[in-house]
Design a protein around this ligand. Structure first.
Ligand SMILES: Nc1ncnc2c1ncn2[C@@H]1O[C@H](COP(=O)(O)OP(=O)(O)O)[C@@H](O)[C@H]1O
Ligand SMILES: [Mg+2]
Length: 440
């Protein structure tokens, strides 16, 4: 924009000087034409009689020189180069040039004047006489006109400049504005958002946007492929593992030797661990996919959590755990029920896993200030120094060495919360036990 405005300023200056220069020329030509006509009519009036030059100054010669500014007129008449009449300083100031008429710009009595000199040869009975006339006029009216023309030219220049500045502002903001909008929409995108850009852009930017879109498309495709691959791989591992586990279980029944039984139990534990990890991987892939294409259904969070609690109650009972549901009776929300159930399930799983037997798990669902689900237990709580990192993928705490797990549970809960525009918060209660708050 500055370049365009700078260019407009230079053009406006050039315009100003060009117009003024032209006006000066035209005005000067006008004055010269009148001076010429005037001096010609004076020369016409000159006669010679018996060797004497006679000149009756014609009234018209002066009246045609009248101006609005009352400019003064000077004249000098010479015979063969000798001063006869008029202002002598004019005759000496202007130098005689034989080719007539000659125009000059000079000064008389401190005022700038335009001077013409012209001559005529008079032929008498027996002589030839050269009559020369100098005629000068001050330039007050002319400079007044020029001042006016300069003012108008300056106004024209300023107007031209303003118009050009407005136009360049408009032109630049029209182009840069579109680029800025595109930049904002690229910047505002979440890390998971790989949809193509569909907002209309000027024709010049279409190639940029389409190459951006094709890049995003390829990225999306390769991400989907790797998610698919993980899901497929996890599924293929989980199925045979289930078979192996049932064989191991059956074998355990038949083995009597204590050391063999111990080996079988470790084997079953390792199998459980692998299939749990495969299941979590599958969940994680599913969640990444669904979070990308988040569906928002109208649901009741309290209802969703109590359904889940009921389904998990038998598993909890095996460990003599009870699940208590508190909070608002109805919390309407719009979100993906599959994802939300999966997230809460992981939190309850953790509470059952890390909480001591014969205790209770407390779940609080609240709608204000924002929709929240809090899962608390009476276990040892999170290892204080690891609390920041436990939501990272595959990160397990120091307290988890004896239990089966993959380190993906909190990651899944966090991904789900973030897909719904929220997050999770881990804390240890003062009275003991861990609390995870999932806010949406
Ligand atoms: N309720 C809890 N009480 C104590 N520690 C917990 C609790 N929930 C999670 N943790 C800690 O956070 C870690 C990460 O949890 P998670 O991502 O669910 O993985 P996993 O349960 O498979 O180990 C766990 O390994 C454990 O150390
Ligand atoms: Mg877990």
């Amino acid at each position: 924009m500055l370049t365009l405005i700078g260019g407009a300023a230079v053009l406006a200056l050039i315009l100003f000087f060009a117009v003024r220069n032209y006006a000066v020329q035209v005005a000067q030509q006008g004055q010269d034409t009148i001076l010429d006509a005037s001096v010609t009519s004076m020369l016409d009036a000159a006669t010679i009689q018996d060797g004497t030059v006679e000149l009756d100054l014609p009234y018209a010669a002066f009246s045609m020189l009248a101006t609005s500014a009352d400019d003064r007129v000077f004249y000098a008449i010479l015979r063969d180069g000798k001063f006869l009449s008029g202002y002598e300083e004019l005759a000496t100031a202007g130098n005689f040039l034989p080719d007539s008429p000659v125009f000059q710009t000079s000064q008389i009595r401190g005022a700038p004047v335009r001077t013409i000199s012209a001559s005529r040869t008079l032929i008498g009975a027996n002589e030839r006489v050269d009559v020369q006339i100098f005629l000068a006029q001050t330039q007050d009216a002319l400079s007044e006109t020029l001042d006016q023309i300069s003012r108008n030219a300056a106004l024209l220049g300023v107007g031209f400049f303003t118009l050009a500045a407005v136009l360049s502002f408009w032109a630049t903001s029209a182009t840069i504005g579109q680029l800025g909008k595109l930049t904002t929409s690229v910047t505002r995108r979440g890390p998971q958002d790989l949809r193509p850009f569909t907002k209309p852009v000027p024709r010049e930017m279409v190639p940029l946007v389409s190459s951006l879109n094709s890049l995003v498309g390829r990225l999306d495709q390769s991400l989907t492929q790797s998610e698919d691959f993980i899901a497929e791989a996890a599924h293929r591992v989980r199925t045979p593992l289930a078979t192996v586990r049932s064989y191991a279980e059956a074998t355990l029944q038949r083995v009597d030797k204590e050391e063999n039984r111990e080996a079988m139990r470790s084997m079953i534990k390792a199998i459980d661990e692998s299939s749990r990890a495969a299941g979590q991987l599958l969940d994680h892939a599913m969640i990444t996919f669904r979070a990308d294409h988040l569906e928002r259904d109208a649901i009741d969070l309290t209802e969703l959590v109590s359904d889940l609690a009921q389904r998990l109650a038998p598993i909890a009972e095996m460990k003599d755990l009870s699940i208590a549901l508190r909070g608002d009776p109805h919390v309407p929300y719009s979100g993906d029920p599959v994802l939300l159930q999966n997230a809460v399930r992981n939190l309850i799983d953790n509470a059952m896993k890390y909480g001591p037997a014969e205790s209770s798990i407390e779940i609080t669902v609240s709608g204000k200030p924002k929709p929240q689900i809090m899962v608390c237990d009476h276990g040892p709580g999170f290892p204080e120094n690891e609390i920041e990192t436990l939501t990272t993928r595959f990160q397990r705490g120091a307290n988890a060495t004896d239990s089966i797990g993959s380190g993906l549970g909190l990651t899944i809960a966090q991904d789900v919360a973030m897909a719904h525009g929220g997050g999770i918060h881990l804390e240890n209660r003062l009275e003991g036990g861990a609390c995870v708050t999932l806010s949406l």
